[in-house]
Write a protein of this length. Sequence first.
Length: 197
Amino acid sequence: MSKGLATREMIISTSADLFNKFGYHGCSLSDIMKATNLKKGGIYNHFKNKDEIAFEAFDYSFNRIKKLFRSRLDLDNNATEKINSIIEIYAELLKMPGMEGGCPIFNTAIDSANTHPLLQKKANIAISTLKRYIEIKIEEGIAAKEFKQGAADCGLSSLIIMTMEGAMVMSRLNGEESINIAVNSLKSFVESYVIKK
């Protein structure tokens, strides 16, 4: 990797962490300069403006999450294990370096709502992609006769996303108990209403 490309990648990854912690509006160019040890010219040598950095940083964070899911689920043997892994990965996000602010997809969606339409659109596409990814795992479980036929109709993908995102917010306020409750509740739901007995 060339020095210029390495610098660009470093700006993106560092900015991704900053945007996730402080949001687009809470993170200034000065914050990025301080964190990267670069002057304004050193940053604008690689990016046109703050928006371009934010778009690249979001894509970086989203790709990181996708890789996280794929690498973990590749180790699973069936649909039940995959759904449980998705729930567990959500719970682990808060402890991962660079993800301390919670899920960057939803943080971006909330931060950009009604203030930055292009960034909000990217976040909405990412949420839909993640939801579809979970739906495919549910469909695989139905096809394998592991899940009940109606498993795709119970809104499990939305339930997982909404429950875990809400639990992450609560955990930032009240500690890990909220995440643990969410994980146990979702796994119990899958066990009781989704898995074919």
